[in-house]
Design a protein around this ligand. Sequence first.
Ligand SMILES: C[S@@+](CC[C@H](N)C(=O)[O-])C[C@H]1O[C@@H](n2cnc3c(N)ncnc32)[C@H](O)[C@@H]1O
Length: 345
Amino acid sequence: MKKKKSNIKKTHRKNFKKSRNRTFNRKYYSKEDIFLSRMASILQLSKGETKHIFCQRARTTIRLNNLKGDNQKTYRVLTQTKGWELQKINGFKDTYFVNNKDKSEVSQTDEYRDGKFYIQDLASILSIYILDPQENEKILDICAAPGSKTNLISSMTNNKANIVANDIDTPRVGKLNNVLNQFGSKNVKVTNVNGNIFGGTYPNHFDRVLLDAPCSGEGRVYLVTPKPLRFWSIKKVNSMVNTQKELLESAFNTLKIGGTLIYSTCTLEPDENENVVSYLLNKYENVRLEEIEFVNSLDKLLTKNIKSGITKWSGNLYHPEVRKSVRIIPSPEMMGFYITKITKR
Ligand SMILES: C[S@@+](CC[C@H](N)C(=O)[O-])C[C@H]1O[C@@H](n2cnc3c(N)ncnc32)[C@H](O)[C@@H]1O
């Protein structure tokens, strides 16, 4: 009898050890692992290649600002007096990579404080070239703060368009007002409402609408900084989608027939990009997606990182038209971005 008891004890001890080892050997995935696996699957790259992409340092990009001075004079001051090495970016007016200065250096100058140039990622600039704003048009920037794209719209239209710049977030609207003042935007009416009201309140009203939507921000991730993924989670990705759909519907409804709408995000998530655009295409018959021909005229340095929209991912199928949108793979020249050009028939 005694012997049997001790055998039972032994078996218990063995099972305990086995289960403890199983617990200790279990692999825990870090947030970075989860992020990289997801990105590798979206970008169709190995995890190593994907990691390399998110560890590249962005080049400093500036655009000279005609609203606050003579661009030729600013160019001369920056290159000759200050010794900046400015590399012209073909296809973009007065836009340069600064080869020998980082962002913090260029921002600590009188010329920057006086609004003579703006520091802006090229992908963000590209979205406004695709919007192609014109003088005398009514233009809505539905999620505008802090205002880098609104200011570029003002600059490209020589302050002669009627712009409404809106944002839901009151402190960010304060920053938007500061940017518009510092960089000389005029003719801009700033509003502070939920962007989902424009479609119902001003149907068929604007010639052009920019919806630079709130998103999970994957295109901006730089894994070399401390805690680079503190704002990212799959929960966050999922939580953005309804707002994005609601804002896109509002943006489309407030667009005039024949008008142009840009939907852009700085994320690579198909759920927040192709999925949202497919929702609009499936719901409204008069939505048309346009080919973005402008990108074909750019230098190879840029086009090698510009891909078409994807029509399936992780078991989800998207509307076949979304292949006309562009996905920008993060590189030193441009952050990760997604742009769709929509017109209303
Ligand atoms: C990607 S940022 C816009 C960046 C801006 N376009 C620029 O280039 O400087 C997204 C903005 O959307 C705003 N936003 C989020 N939800 C919104 C809503 N429902 N209506 C209007 N704005 C919203 C956020 O406050 C944030 O400022």
